[in-house]
Design a protein around this ligand. Structure first.
Ligand code: ZN
Length: 111
């Protein structure tokens, strides 16, 4: 995993153990997909457990390893969305920082 974004220099791992929360996302998505796959194959399509379980167990081993980068990306996105201050996204806009404020009050018609 890269240390920083090549486009905007955003540091990905913002603190030690920062991506620990992404494990919950990874686990949750794996559990939901596995559960729905089991329900579909066993109860809807009426396939026996001895044929359903091996591919589902294989899925439980392979999917989290593939999905980890997307879970981390989602975790970083959530943090960026809910904690904009620590990402420097609440800095004042430069174009309006000079103190001049245009009046938004309606002006009387000139006649
Ligand atoms: Zn970037």
């Amino acid at each position: 995993m890269h240390d920083r974004c090549s486009g905007c220099e955003l540091k990905y791992e913002r603190a030690p153990g920062y991506f620990l929360g992404s494990i919950y996302i990874n686990y949750g998505v794996t559990a939901i997909v596995m559960t729905w796959a089991y329900v579909l194959f066993h109860f809807v399509l009426d396939i026996e457990n001895r044929y359903v379980m091996p591919p589902i167990l294989l899925f439980c081993l392979v999917f989290p390893a593939v999905f980890i980068r997307y879970a981390r990306s989602f975790w970083l996105g959530l943090d960026c969305y809910f904690d904009t201050e620590s990402f420097g996204l609440n800095e004042p806009d430069e174009s309006h920082a000079d103190g001049d404020q245009e009046s938004t009050d309606p002006q009387p018609p000139a006649d």
